[in-house]
Design a protein around this ligand. Structure first.
Ligand SMILES: *Cc1c(COP(=O)(O)O)cnc(C)c1O
Length: 429
């Protein structure tokens, strides 16, 4: 089982630290050296010094079936032996054909046209491009901006970043390089609903689309909203003739308790983005899925009306094989029931933290449990404390959260919850 050998934590790591790697969101000069992972299994990350950490965040929300699921490994192994990759221009293959057809069945409404890319940010870029070109192909000029919501996160590439929260989203640093979008509050009350309605009315001539994360704004702070808020956005978008892009990159594949979050609001968007858990956390893959109405604007005798995008590794067969195997597991194993059991366990375990001095809020939705702290916690110290407790939990901003694999064992989730409770209730404000 887990060995938490803090005292014997070797310093060898820093000697082995590469001088060549540039790490994510990391001030290279100040950051503690990363831990070296050598293997994964189920909900465990095994480090080079043989410690095992219980993973509370499923590798940035991807590994919904736990690590190294034998069914996915086998599917990727078979595909690797047959055809690891082939270009997608002029060629097709069963893994991609099958995956697209299955996604079309699983997704609500007539979201039937699947464009594969290799990361969530690029899936959002494609969605934005699709929306802009949709209008151009219909002969409408000038509709090049998107309406996005405060608190949102849609990725790190320039177009996706432009739709992220304007204060948190690094816009000030990149200035004029980031296209200026239009931002509203999520319509959580009548006043904000009226404001959204008015903004849509006054800007519709320049808007290509509306983009939103359904039910939970993840990287923006695990900010949750009820299905009615999403339904309101969909209704107002329709009223003003604006295509709705729903970014399910975090929420897709069971995270919020249903296979897709938009189901809970009965909303069928015009364009939907998927990535993170699409391959069960094994390979980079993303999809931008459009309705027949969007697709029909590109269906033409004019070659210039084709969707102008095509990543080199588009529809990589290995990644598609992994995603097909992941969908098999959603069919054969009780993932949504597991998400519900996690919700109950998170609720029972984390809700009592509301009484803690350092806690401002506790939010639970499906298999997501978030504790918002007061003030600005020392993130480096928090992260180190979690590792000392034998768990892998990565707070950001003032949020400590758990998004474990949907397959996590009850005891492992108890240990994660215990670690959060122990560390958070020990914080002074
Ligand atoms: C992670 C995320 C993205 C970006 O995906 P990458 O694969 O990191 O580019 C976009 N939107 C949402 C909602 C996300 O959670």
């Amino acid at each position: 089982m887990t060995q938490v050998a803090i005292a014997s934590h070797p310093v060898a790591m820093s000697e082995r630290r590469s001088d060549h790697l540039w790490r994510p969101y990391t001030q290279m000069k100040l950051a503690a050296p990363p831990l070296e992972a050598v293997a994964t299994s189920g909900s465990r990350i095994i480090l080079a010094d043989r410690r095992e950490l219980i993973d509370g965040i499923a590798s940035w929300w991807t590994a919904v079936h736990g690590y190294n699921h034998p069914h996915i490994r086998e599917a990727v192994g078979d595909q690797l032996a047959r055809m690891p990759h082939v270009m997608f221009g002029g060629l097709t293959h069963t893994p991609a054909e099958r995956l697209a057809a299955r996604l079309a069945v699983l997704l609500p409404g007539d979201l039937n046209h699947v464009f594969f890319t290799d990361s969530g940010s690029v899936a959002v870029e494609v969605a934005l491009k699709m929306a802009v070109q949709f209008w151009l192909n219909r002969g409408v000029q000038g509709r090049t901006r998107v309406l996005a919501f405060r608190g949102g996160y849609h990725g790190d590439t320039m177009g996706a970043m432009s739709a992220c929260d304007p204060d948190e989203g690094m816009h000030h640093r990149f200035g004029a390089y980031v296209p200026a979008q239009i931002f509203c509050e999520l319509p959580k009350n009548a006043e904000w609903e009226a404001a959204l309605d008015a903004t849509m009315a006054s800007h519709r001539h320049e808007l290509a689309a509306v983009i939103v994360e359904p039910l939970v704004q993840g990287a923006g702070g695990m900010l949750m909203h009820p299905p009615e808020t999403l339904a309101t956005i969909a209704r107002l978008s329709r009223r003003h003739g604006l295509p709705l892009i729903v970014d399910e990159i975090f929420t897709g594949f069971g995270r919020t308790g249903t296979l897709f979050a938009c189901e809970q609001a009965g909303v069928v968007p015009d364009i939907l983005c998927l990535s993170k858990a699409l391959t069960g956390g094994t390979m980079a893959l993303a999809a931008t899925v459009a309705t027949s109405e969007i697709f029909s604007a590109f269906w033409s005798d004019d070659p210039a009306q084709a969707l102008m995008h095509g990543p080199t590794f588009m529809a990589n067969p290995l990644a598609c094989a992994a995603a097909n195997a992941s969908l098999d597991l959603f069919e054969t194993e009780p993932r949504l029931a597991q998400a519900e059991a996690i919700r109950e366990q998170l609720t029972a375990g984390l809700e009592p933290l509301r009484a803690a001095k350092a806690v401002a809020d506790v939010r639970i939705l499906g298999a997501i449990g978030a504790v918002q702290l007061r003030g600005n916690p020392d993130l480096a110290a928090l992260k180190a404390a979690f590792v000392e407790h034998g768990v892998w939990v990565r707070p950001f901003g003032n949020i400590v959260y758990l998004t474990p694999a949907l397959t996590i064992a009850k005891d492992d989730l108890d240990r994660l919850i215990e670690a959060v409770r122990g560390i958070v209730s020990g914080l002074s404000v």
